[in-house]
Each structure stands twice: as structure tokens, then as C-alpha cells.
Design a binder for this molecule. Sequence first.
Ligand code: CP3
Length: 397
Amino acid sequence: MTTVAQAADPPADFQPATAAGANGSRFVRACLRLPVDRTPVWFLRQAGRYMPEYMAVRRHHSLLDICRTPDIAAEVTITAAERLGVDAAIIFADLLLPFTPMGLDFEFVANEGPQVHAPIRTSAQARALRTDRTDDLLYVARAIEKVANHFAAPRSDGDQLGIIGFCGAPFTLASYMIEGGSSRNYIETKKLMYASAPIPSENCHPERSGAESKDLRFDSATNPEQDAWPILMSKLVTVLADYAAQQVAAGADVIQVFDSWAGALSPTDYRQYVLAPTTDLIRRIQALGVPVIYFGVDTASLLPAMRQTGCDVLGLDWRTPLDLAWRTLHHAVAVQGNLDPIALFAPEAVLHARVADILAQAAGRPGHIFNLGHGIVPNTPVDAVLQVVRQIKSSTL
Ligand code: CP3
């Protein structure tokens, strides 16, 4: 039988990130599970509505204007990283930007989040999505170049700031395409998913797929939409791999793949419908020479399957104790996380104890990046975020 650890090991000829040889930045070294002088730290949504500097820019520009104007996106990215004194800057962009060149219009509606104008519900609609216009997204690469130039010189402690590019994962992006926005139960997404035959994966547990998959091939008269899911997965992987390649060429040291809503899936469904395309995407990004952080929320039961994608770092949400999650993964992958973002509203002493607890659970092992278990929410006190950064910086390994 294939164990999780065996299946998850990268191929023998796998070359880890060229961006981080022996002298790579603290953040990139931790992604590769190399020793570091102290735990690196950054925050999900570190440039967001909790930050007055971001709101000042936001008063004059829409979210999409900021994303699509390299000077402004770079400025917002740099300001947040410098204000917080973190070890990595995540480029200011949004998960849904690739929808536009794929031919899917959307907008951000105040207080309601994203809305896709014509959600995908049929194979014909999936077939009509375009994969040949990813160059339209080069404005993100231009912003990354500006950020990388700004942070080209080492900081006062001699360490180079890490530059993080990102994209959505196939499942999470497909959920927005199909539901048309945020969702509670993912009914339309799962309808299209279940209408398709499971996608074979070399990494799937043989005892859980294989035999069943054969029984699940429908004929097209009974099920006209059986092609929609595999077409969507494959087109998303094509576009996202090109988009990630643009970001790496522009100077991203690491790519984070956001599978924010993967926790809506059972491990069986994840393995049958999502693991193979996600693995394909992650392998293609790693082939560019950078480590990949793979992040989702509510993923406690999915972590072994997510690890099978071969990602370098798994982002943990705050519901799973970090030590337990890492043990489940045999410490064979780096981990990122996992403070409850709402702990940033707690009194100083409580917040201090929570941060200390996470560091104690990581126990100085190489391969821990401190972060939240999900994004900073609006109204979070900036001082609390700064307190966490000070605490991490004063904790030597
Ligand atoms: O510093 C950073 O991390 C900011 C860059 C960033 C944004 N979106 C800008 C943004 C990143 C990494 C994202 C990723 C993103 N976008 C995700 C995955 C992250 C996660 O939370 O798991 C998702 C699900 C999206 C899609 C999205 N964008 C939604 C659902 C919303 C609305 C929700 C809300 O909080 O209003 C957005 C809007 C958005 N994208 C904001 C920011 C800073 C807030 C809205 C604003 O400024 O008007």
C-alpha cells in the first residue's frame, strides 16, 4: 500500500527553489525546511481594510483599480510590509482577476463581495472559457517587479524580504465561477462536480477511488453536463500556471495557492475531483523553481490529501492545533500558521500567550512560518499585529 508520506514525496529529480540557495531569505529558507535564525512572520490579508494607510488609498480607488494599476498595487503592498516589519510581502491582487481574460465578467459589490454576471452551469459555457489571453494579467507581474526592485537590497538585519505571488486553486476558483459569488453550501458547484466522472490521480488512495470511478461514468444522454467539471479544472490549471509563471518571472520568490473553500469538501470528494488538477498546478509552479504554499480553511480532515499535491508548505487554519496537524503530516512538509485572526482582538496578555503557544508547538523545527489561520479582518487593531511581530522577532530558535 502507498502511504501518504511516500506518495507525497517529490520526484527524485525535483530541484527546490533556485531563489534560495544556502543564502536565501529567512522566509524562503523556512519554506524549504532549511534552518533559520528565527521564525519568519507575515500575515494573510496584511494589506487590507484594517489598515488606515490602505483605506486612505481605497477612498480614491476601487479594489479592481488598485489591483490593475501596478504603481498603486505596489505601493499598497510595500506600505503594509514596511509598516508591519514582516519578513514577506504578498502582492496586492485578488483571486478572481484571471476571470476577466477567461471571458467571465465580475464585480465587487459593496458589502456583498464578488459577483459573477453569468455563472457557469453547463459544459458549453465551460468550453467557451478562454485560456489564450493570460497576458492581459501582466499588470500583476509589473506590480511584482516594482515591489521586488523596492526590496532588492537586504534589510537592516541583513535578510532579504520574501516576495509572494499568488493565485486561486482550481476548486476555489471554480466555486466562484459556478456559484457566481460566495456560497454557504456549494450546491451548484457540487452538482457539476458530481455530474462528472472522478478525475484519476496517481496520488489517490487506490482503495478509495479506482473501482468506484468506473461505475461513475454516465452516458451523455442521462447527463449532458458531465464534461463541465473536467473542462473547468483543466482550463483553470492552464491559465493559473501561466499566470504564476508571469509572477515568478517578475520576481516572486514563492507562490501561494489559495484553496480557501476546500474545507467544503469531504476527503473522498477532494481526492476524486480536486486532487489531480491541484497537483498538476502545484507541480507546474514548482517546475518554475519556486516553493509553493498551499492554503485552505477548515481543512483538518483534508491535510493528508492536500499534502499529496506535493506542496512545499501547507497553510493551516486555526482550528487544528499546529503540533497535531504537523505530526499527522509526519513533519514531511513545512507549515504556515496558525493564530486565530480574532485573537488579535484579545487583551495583550492573552494574545501573547496564544502566540507563545504556537511557537511552542512548532518547537523550533525547521519549516515553520508564523501567520494567521485566515486573513486579518476589518477593525483589527494594527497595534495588536505589531505586538505579534515584536514577539516573533524576539523569540530566537
Ligand atoms: O494583503 C493581502 O493579502 C491582500 C491581497 C489579497 C486580496 N484578496 C485583496 C482584497 C489577497 C491575497 C486576496 C485573496 C482572495 N480574494 C481570497 C483568498 C483569501 C482568503 O481569504 O482565503 C478570496 C476568497 C478572494 C475573493 C474576494 N476578494 C472576496 C470574497 C472579497 C470580499 C470579501 C470581503 O472581505 O469584503 C474580496 C475583496 C478583497 N480582496 C479585499 C481585499 C483587501 C477587501 C475589499 C476591499 O478592499 O474593498
